[in-house]
Design a binder for this molecule. Structure first.
Ligand SMILES: NC(=O)c1ccc[n+]([C@@H]2O[C@H](COP(=O)([O-])OP(=O)(O)OC[C@H]3O[C@@H](n4cnc5c(N)ncnc54)[C@H](OP(=O)(O)O)[C@@H]3O)[C@@H](O)[C@H]2O)c1
Length: 292
């Protein structure tokens, strides 16, 4: 017997989550502020709750996917009496501090809040490779982990309700900044007639090599250095790299494209050099990040 689940929020993510639960034979109740978004899911077997109180009454497990945490208060606030005994699993974006406060709010109303950050776009939900960071009371995941596994691998990171979001944001920052760097590089090369397609093999090679073993395995190299607190720069000093970063700004300006991103990087490197890390390696930049 598969467990009942309620999905609150039917944007691209919540709607796909509801479809995924339905495909796994979980009796699924849905609710959305704009009620008409539930209709295509009803056609696939979902039950449309007439009110948020009905949606909460339908399942102990309530998965929330909305734009932010304010949306949760706006949606659930009018039905706080129906929260008692519910396990709210909120996979919406927010700040860790906001999530900690939301956990207290849920407790005050007799509910348990599990916070999460889902590491998949809508087409990846429930597919191999998708995973979700969860934090909050582990006992709630002991009860509902089997159902939640339908969305992606359950990755529990700790009882601090803010922690799943911190992991999620750390991953998202890496994702956005890496891909924005890629787009800056393409924009720069395009000014000399090189297409994105021409550049792709080189970009893919660098991204791959950073995460693998070998002389370019800087994810591993920097991790070892950060753990040891030692940033040798004898072979490639930060001073040398700060000069190189300033040249990327110059190249971008000369090519007539935006300079904000490389300038921010150059300024960060120069700040670390000014703080005394010129002879150290790239890993010493973390010292400037820790002490703004
Ligand atoms: N899309 C992705 O690739 C992706 C990947 C990972 C995580 N996420 C996260 O997943 C969450 C949902 O994302 P999404 O792409 O599905 O769409 P979204 O545009 O972030 O959220 C849409 C949902 O939020 C609801 N909503 C917004 N304001 C509301 C309010 N004040 N009260 C009640 N409901 C409100 C919308 O209701 P209405 O339909 O009534 O407007 C809709 O159900 C976000 O927090 C996002 O950061 C997204």
């Amino acid at each position: 017997m598969t467990a009942n689940v309620t999905v609150v929020g039917l944007g691209p993510m919540g709607a796909t989550m509801a479809e995924t639960f339905l495909a796994s034979k979980h009796p699924t109740t849905v609710w959305n502020r704009t009620a008409s978004k539930a209709d295509p899911l009803v056609a696939k077997g979902a039950t449309k709750a007439a009110t948020i109180a009905d949606a909460l009454a339908a399942s102990e497990l309530v998965v929330i996917s909305q734009i932010d945490y304010q949306a949760m208060y706006d949606s659930l606030g009018p039905a706080v009496d129906a929260l008692k005994g519910r396990v709210l699993v909120n996979l919406s974006s927010g700040s860790p501090e906001e999530l900690r406060k939301a956990s207290e709010w849920a407790s005050e109303h007799g509910a348990v809040l599990v916070t999460g950050g889902i590491m998949a776009p809508p087409p990846g939900i429930g597919k191999p490779g998708s995973y979700v960071f969860y934090s909050g009371p582990e006992s709630a995941l002991d009860c509902h982990g089997e159902t939640l596994k339908v969305l992606g691998d359950v990755t529990y990171v700790g009882d601090d309700p803010g922690l799943a979001m911190l992991y999620y944001q750390a991953q998202l920052f890496l994702f956005w900044s890496t891909l924005s760097s890629y787009m800056h590089s393409v924009a720069l090369l395009e000014t000399a007639g090189v297409s994105a397609r021409d550049f792709l093999p080189f970009a893919a090679r660098l991204v791959r090599e950073l995460a693998e073993e070998g002389p370019m395995a800087f994810l591993h190299i920097l991790t070892d250095e950060i753990e040891a607190g030692d940033f040798p720069g004898d072979l490639n000093s930060l001073k040398m790299q700060a000069v190189g970063a300033a040249h990327v700004v110059e190249a971008s300006r000369d090519a007539g494209i935006d300079t904000a991103y490389p300038a921010a990087l150059r300024d960060l490197f120069e700040r670390a050099v000014a703080a005394g890390h010129g002879a150290d390696g790239l890993g010493s930049v973390i010292e400037a990040l820790r002490k703004p």
